[in-house]
Write a protein that binds this ligand. Structure first.
Ligand code: P1T
Length: 380
């Protein structure tokens, strides 16, 4: 099955043996009748499993070219489950530019449980080798990174993690399986904030993991059930519906993202635009190789270069909405330093480019002329 067909049909067989409904029913139930203790049809309690969630998990696994999918109550709950594979004394090597909430989970929760983190630039994958020792158990990669749009060579990182028998997890939230499939490039775990492009309509908070290895899937399933951060069936239905249009939405996100990136690049009031589709983006070659297009996320700094100029600009936008999050059909603008990345200490975030004048756009699927006009009037 090819990708666009998978978004609609992947993993979706025998979803309603009772009435043959085309969409899976929303099984709004906590529990399932047993004929005798242990005598059930595959589901016994909805934390452990629910048919609507099962349909979604199979869909997500299918589009990511993986065998096993797991859904969680949020993207962070999915990351939390991966980190729970570790023990005190274990070490993690992570990209230094990543979602502020992931950084907060690593440094404010798991560090206190004795897990050690190294936050490093991975644009040159070989750099990772300098931090590997016998305690290294996980490499955590975000690509494109949030919000600086750096690109990490997943295949090159996978060659290193395979050599040292370290798990490689890739947060695929910005790209989605439409643009890149980390498992095909050698990653062990692909993670999503399904809140974003997979759901696609800014109406659900959810996370997911997909893996190929059976033993790893069983360990993660154990954590999913034992810790219990599972999504409800209604939300699973909504994300499953979202995935069915992922490919057409992503196409438009990419087209509009490109138009916005090029318009900003020549605007006199903009100093720098971060978008991996530019030929002069430092990792453009890798992006071209591992992604099928460049996505709808664009970050930029104002020429004025001040906090005041950035704040004024985002306040003036009318079609773009000033809000946290990304990946919905509507265009959003964010100010990472005070919003999504406020939990990263100022000196650390400025080192990686998250300065006070940085603005991040999630370019939606509206008519692009309206988006360009909106940016123009705000920049003026
Ligand atoms: O919000 P949640 O569903 O828990 O997902 C967390 C998360 C994980 N990974 C990446 C790359 C993310 O961007 C996010 C959430 N990000 C935002 C809310 C944001 O505006 O960047």
């Amino acid at each position: 099955m090819k990708f666009n067909t998978k978004t609609i049909h992947g993993g979706q067989h025998n979803i309603d043996p009772a009435y043959n409904s085309v969409m899976p029913p929303i099984y709004q139930t906590t529990t399932y009748k047993q004929s005798t203790p242990g005598g059930h049809n595959g589901f016994e309690y909805s934390r452990s499993g629910n048919p609507t969630r099962d349909a979604l998990e199979k869909s997500i696994a299918s589009i990511e070219s993986g065998h096993y999918g797991l859904a969680f109550g949020s993207g962070l709950a999915a990351i939390d489950a991966v980190l729970k594979l570790l023990k005190p004394g274990d070490e993690v090597i992570s990209t230094n530019d990543l979602y502020g909430g992931s950084y907060r989970l690593f440094t404010r929760i798991f560090q206190d449980f004795g897990v050690k983190f190294h936050f490093i630039g991975m644009e040159n994958a070989d750099h990772i080798e300098n931090f590997v020792n016998e305690n290294t158990k996980l490499v955590w990669v975000e690509t494109p990174t949030n919000p600086m749009m750096n690109i990490i060579d997943i295949e090159a990182v996978a060659n290193i993690t395979n050599k040292h028998n370290i798990l490689l997890a890739v947060d695929n939230t910005f790209a989605t399986a439409y643009l890149q499939r980390p498992l095909e490039l050698g990653a062990d775990i692909v993670m999503h904030s399904a809140t974003k492009y997979l759901g696609g309509h800014s109406d659900v908070v959810m996370g997911s993991l997909v893996v190929n290895d059976k033993d790893l899937s069983e360990r993660l399933y154990f954590i999913q059930n034992a810790s219990g951060a599972v999504p409800g069936p209604q939300d699973c239905f909504l994300v499953l519906r979202g995935i069915k249009t992922l490919h057409v939405r992503m196409q438009r996100h990419c087209e509009n993202g490109k138009a916005v990136a090029y318009a900003l690049k020549i605007h006199p009031n903009v100093s720098k635009v971060y978008w991996p589709g530019f030929e002069d983006h430092p990792n453009h070659g890798i992006a071209k190789r591992q992604m099928s297009d460049f996505g709808g996320m664009v970050s930029f700094t104002t020429k004025a270069g001040t906090l005041v100029s950035a704040v004024k600009l985002v306040e003036k936008l009318k079609v773009f909405t000033l809000a946290e999050s990304l990946g919905g059909v509507e265009s959003l603008a964010g100010h990472p330093a005070s919003m999504t990345h406020a939990s990263i200490p100022k000196k650390d975030r400025e080192k990686i480019g998250v300065v006070d004048s940085l603005i991040r756009l999630s370019v939606g699927i509206e008519d692009v002329e309206d988006l360009l006009a909106d940016l123009d009037q705000a920049l003026a």
